[in-house]
Design a binder for this molecule. Sequence first.
Ligand code: SAM
Ligand code: SF4
Length: 329
Amino acid sequence: MNKVDYLRISLIDRCNFRCRYCVPDDAELQYLLTPELLTNDEIVTLLREVFIPTGFRKFRLTGGEPLLRPNLVELVAAIAQLPEVEDLSMTTNAFLLENLAADLYEAGLNRLNISLDSLNQETFDQIIGNYGKSRWEPTWRGILAAYDAGFNPLKLNVVVIPGVNDHEVLDLAALTLERNWHVRFIEFMPIGNGELFDERTWIPSEELRQRIRKKWGLTEGQIQGNGPADVFQIPGAKGTVGFISQMSECFCDRCNRMRLSADGWLRPCLLNESDQIDLKSALRSNVSTEVLRDKVKYLLEIKPDVNFKLRDMGTDQGQYSRTMSQIGG
Ligand code: SAM
Ligand code: SF4
């Protein structure tokens, strides 16, 4: 059985982008109100008293857009100071990163994954939503600021959508030639914006690898991460290219993670809502942390049996309407 030691913590369900693959075009999303969010103290208490004692050691902060969370740097510092924390990382769209990267690094954030779906301003805006002024430049400056601040290697996540950004796969892979960046291509999942999903809206990773192989060749990467990406390298490149192939090569069986939503629900699997537990209400009604630990241990026990199989997506069983930003991607 897989050791489950990795917790993804959603800090906020709001986002300043509306990526087409994440948020339905016409969605009127209901956002959580501030009192419904776990507070910084509650998050730290849950980690110290509940998750660390039950074996969790790696934590990723996400959202929605985590950089929208007030007092984020203080929260990062408080988590980084917990002695048992082995890895503290964050996934962000980088739009607000330019002014925060150095402070986050100083506060103890170890690693950053940044979503960047296009190098072309127009395509980028077409994917993230049009806000009048392009958001590509500030995003790119955020990425460079992160690199300058010391986040090395830097991971860039690209969700590949046929006909929208798949023609840029080679340009995005080329970023790794001169920089020690890890560019990871993610197969689009039919979550949130189901209408975008049909046979043509995701491209199997192997097809992308073939395109890259044809241009430069591709070797198995020297460093395989401990996450779901298969890592490769263009010969002579400084960085790597990774492929997250949850649609074509379901890796649910080796899943090592659980997810905590911004309002304190712990779910054993990205898509399992029926077995989730409400840690925030329990904490606020003074349920002892010992009882909370038992609840988490129970979820750890049942997790292998309740993992939702992504390969069921698109079947009746696989209809799923919440967005990644709501779940906490
Ligand atoms: N806002 C941050 C960001 O975009 O990096 C963090 C949250 S976002 C939900 C986390 C990751 O989920 C991003 O890398 C995004 O590309 C990915 N994601 C969202 N919807 C997806 C989908 N339908 N299929 C595949 N990946 C998706
Ligand atoms: Fe895009 Fe991330 Fe926001 Fe979703 S949560 S809309 S992936 S930036």
